[in-house]
Design a protein. Sequence first.
Length: 314
Amino acid sequence: MQEFLQAVRGVAVILILLGLGYLLGRTRLITKEHSEFLTRFVVTVTLPPYMVVHLTTNFTRETLLDLGRGLPVPIVSMLLAYLFGLGLAHAFRLPQTRRGIFIVAFSLSNTIFVGLPVCQALFGEEATPFVLLYYMVNTTLFWTLGALGIAFSGDQRGNPSFLRVALQCVLNPPFVAFFVGVILVLLQYSLPGIVFETAKMVGSLTAPLSLLCVGTTVNTKRIWLGKDLVSILLGRFVISPLLVLFIVQFFPLPTLMRNVFLVMSAMPVMMQSSLLARLYRADYEYATSLVAATTALSALVIPLLKVWVTRLQP
């Protein structure tokens, strides 16, 4: 019971910060212009050092290479979920401004801000390497396929070249920083103390600023139980975990790694999808409504996930 409460408490903190951002936006203490600036600030300034610090702190060259055997499960499950979401987006004939957001929301998880504290609460610190392995795959797909899809859901006036937009999406600061972090780990290079501490301090701003930014864009009138939201809820909390459970039949994993992947696959929509939607002038209110709804519901889903993975123990 204590670990359930700890996991739910972590989600509650996120919901409180989202609520604070909502209040700041409603009272105009944070205006639309302020929120747009904070969005760019998070994506280009705080998130890159956050990526580097997390990778170099939580991985060594040996653990990174050793964990590689588990890579096929998250890669295949996320790509299958991505294709599933793509098919639904076309079947529902979603507007262009929502299509990329829907696909990302359906297939990718909030791995760090929700997934990491939840898995640590449910399984202990020994789950952290497996969480970060899932995070690596999730992050790579989000900042490549996901970012590209959201970008083409937005207003591309002034960016007519497909190649230019694609390069801007793939070579974005967070993904470049992620790649640099992996290289540093593989080369076993440690950042100088003052550089590391500065990066750590700047990166620590990422979670609270992201949540406040997302909260300012929440429009409660846009949250409704339509086919979009029902599909996203099924994709996040039912279809994605079932895909993982199916794929591990072909790639046997240690029990803890499998359980972590199952829980991680059932986390809420990534809040960065809302930030990118705003950055690329897509329907960011739609993205925010999906983030808010799935994050709120995850407080109920987490205890059920714990019961489910416990019953799966061999």
